[in-house]
Unconditional design. Structure first.
Length: 230
């Protein structure tokens, strides 16, 4: 898929069965929040009209292949405003396979919440790195907590925006530099429970590598105020 590719969405908007709408792929690799509070990565954005009732219907490319499952819209009115999202078919197929084989879905879990570091934030907070993730919270009993990773101990307000301070900073996942939380989420979602990942972190002014054995994602986010959690 590429941005600009033609797509059609099929669904039952407002209980109108077998409705077809058309549009293009507007963007790729978006992140959306599932009803349980966790993030879904690599989501397809489209301007094909999607309204309440379209969820669960297919998003189809110009060759007639199903590329996603219509899932959510971004809307101030509650109706279509040209910003819809479809879960990629690879993700859906993986979920279906797990349900067929065992009746349950298992997804990898790290157990942190955090925010992106930009050069401006790094300068304002006098951080040792110019990009990465400020860890806000490490969830009790989770894999990150078991590995000794620490969350923020305080907050700093800059330009009316509050940032966590005093916690560990993630700069790499499995040796690959990251620019923000989206990449941490994608990396975790690309693994299975029981897999190990290596996080490069700055802690107390020193850099170190921490190996984390990923757990099995719980049924819901433990803290509803933390919206970006892998």
């Amino acid at each position: 898929m590429q941005v600009g590719d033609p797509v059609v969405a099929i669904g039952n908007p407002f209980a109108l069965d077998r409705t077809v709408t058309s549009g293009i792929v507007s963007a790729l690799q978006r992140q959306i929040q599932a009803p349980n509070g966790f993030s879904i990565s690599d989501v397809i954005q489209t301007d094909a009209a999607i309204n309440p009732g379209n969820s669960g219907g297919p998003l189809i490319d110009g060759a007639g292949q199903v590329i996603g499952i219509n899932s959510q819209i971004e809307s101030q009115s509650g109706g279509n405003e040209g910003v819809g999202f479809a879960v990629p078919i690879k993700t859906a197929a993986d979920v279906v396979s797990q349900l067929e084989n065992g009746g349950q879905v298992h997804q990898a879990y790290l157990g942190i919440s955090g925010g992106d570091i930009t050069p401006d934030i790094a300068h304002a907070l006098n951080l040792p790195v110019s990009q990465g993730v400020l860890i806000e919270r490490v969830l009790s009993g989770g894999p990150a907590a078991d590995a000794g990773i620490k969350g923020a101990t305080g907050q700093a307000t800059i330009g009316g925006q509050t940032y966590p301070v005093g916690g560990d900073i993630i700069t790499k996942v499995d040796g690959k530099p990251i620019t923000g939380m989206d990449e941490v989420i994608s990396a975790v979602n690309g693994h299975k429970p029981g897999d190990e990942i290596t996080l490069t972190i700055f802690s107390g002014g020193h850099q170190r590598d921490v190996t984390v054995k990923l757990g099995d994602r719980p049924s819901h986010v433990q803290d509803s105020n933390s919206s970006t959690q892998p």
